[in-house]
Design a protein around this ligand. Sequence first.
Ligand SMILES: [Ca+2]
Ligand SMILES: [Ca+2]
Ligand SMILES: [Ca+2]
Length: 400
Amino acid sequence: MKTNKTRLSDKCLFYLFIFIISAIPLSCNILNIDNIPTSAERGTKYKIILKDDSGYMTTLFGSNLVRNAEIMIKSNMQGTEYNLTTDSNGVAEVSGIISDDYLVTANRKMLPGEMKIINGVSRGDIKLTNTNERIIRLGPAIGNEVTIHMEMVIGSSPIVISEIYACGPPGSGLYYHDKYVEVYNQTDTVQYLDGLLVVEVFANYSLGIRYGNDPDYVHSKNIWKFPGSGKDYPINPGQFVVCAEDAIDHRINAPNSVDLSHADFEFYKDDAPDVDNPNVPNMLRVYQPYGNDWLIGGEGDALVISNCPSDSIIPSGDQFLIPIKSVLDGVEYLKDPTRLDLKIMNSAIDAGATGSIQFYTGKSMERKSSTITPRRILKDDNNSSVDFDILEHPTPDKYH
Ligand SMILES: [Ca+2]
Ligand SMILES: [Ca+2]
Ligand SMILES: [Ca+2]
């Protein structure tokens, strides 16, 4: 009996121990009040009001309020998405949400018939969108109304960045030469890559300087361009094009990596001991005074493609400036994509960030599809927090 009692009390102590251990993180969570929505804020009803700066709505409806617009808001902290539609007063309401910064995408497709009334031309590729005011804060301290301004934009970019692979493969030490950026033609016509710039956005981390607030220019110290002088390098409708750091079969050195020996283009740094696959045309270095190869961050960075002629970029100290108006597409990735305060790219190009990928995990960032018929169109709301998925393995030259 004594033995049993001892066993019993040992068991009780054991369970008590387990209970205490498991209660510690629980109590830590409870104390982390910032993350727990109060019932007061959950009960608040927020009004999001859309106003049109283009004049279209006033022409059509006698008021600049934007009716029948689709709004997607996404909680930065929790990732929860809410889809809303504005009423005839340009208002969408949302309630039951926590205080947070929200990424906002507001779109109002203009119908061909509406465009016919506005300027006599019936076309279906025009929309109103929130080019600014891409991140809003909702919470009791801010009031319960937010106004967002909409501008007219024509379609989305014909060529978009469809994938960025940058972290390096697993199981091969510090191997990271298999990075690539992939672009995609999502139109139904042939486009040309000739002369387009691939630009890494610069931030001076050692001095804590980011240039994302510059409303006019992307700052860069790493600028490359596609070869060709006009129509030498077509990209067909629905075609993916891979620009590899090195166009070799990386599986020879890193078994879990990818074969990039058939990549479409290769970054070849002619002033460095870089490899040059003679069968793969080289990306031309416009400016990258450092390093032995094209280099982008493994866990965080930002890339844009621009149609600015390479002789029109503007020197500025040890950097060059690329007009934001020339940017076709841009993607930012962060080690922690919720830390939008650490963004280095202007939020008009990319309001959010993808990422959350650790070094040497072989993971890749792929733009989502918004539709696949009659052809694949990729999601491009200029917000990588909602436009991208993380893949377990890279998919050079194709969709996952
Ligand atoms: Ca190279
Ligand atoms: Ca080559
Ligand atoms: Ca791909």
